[in-house]
Design a protein around this ligand. Sequence first.
Ligand SMILES: [Zn+2]
Length: 277
Amino acid sequence: MMAEKEDLNLLSEVDKIFKKRRNFIIRLPNSGEPVVTCLSGGLDSVANIVILLEELKVQVYPFFISRGQTNYKWEKKAVDFYDKLFSEKYPKLYRPCLEIELSVPGKAYKKELIATKCLDDYPLVRKRASYPARNPIIFLTGMEYAYSLQAKMIHPKTIFASTHTEDGAYHSALTSLRCQNLLMCQITGDWFWQFTSIPLEKEFGNYYSKARMLQFAHGCGIPLEQTRSCTHGGELQCGLCTMACMDRRLSFKKAGIEDKTKYANPFPKTGKWKLTK
Ligand SMILES: [Zn+2]
């Protein structure tokens, strides 16, 4: 079983297919070009949109998935906050966020899926598999949204994820994004679809972490404390859940940015918090 997040042989084989089919692997969209990306209300998706608007100066068509999440109300509040902020700050480039209803993972098997993720037969592989199809389903939906815009004479051909070097799941790796890109081209019969994540894209010479994304957005004067990370249902973010709140708190620390988020709990003493699944 493969424990590495990236599969460099596979990535290289898929890259060869793109080179053969369209003479390039991936290229940056020109400024003003329409692109589609996800706005989840979390730090990564917000920082990614700031990079798209400030660095690439592309027209951003964001989408938000109402997927049956327990913290829906608070994610939605964060999405509405940034939707308004970006619309006011970048009126020429930012388009209103489209909310799309889609249960992912499927409710009918979510309990078993979580139990499978926690099986201890191949712990690292299970952790990397995470909810294996979650992000692919979200971004295929994003591509289908982009495709649907053609009826309005809008032609976004690039979809951006906001995954970075610290995302451990297979579905967030550059290898996976490239495989998903291949699928997007095959199912539309159009080899000009692009799907990547700026922090991970080797063709752009990038390989950077969440902290650097936060530094960029912070440097552009975007407040980050209104983002929502905590997966629990309470209004205040708990401040303790490992994969969301602790990851958030540590990323602010690493980035050297003051964390103005109001949490339900103080920063835990080292060693007091342990990895939760
Ligand atoms: Zn939390």
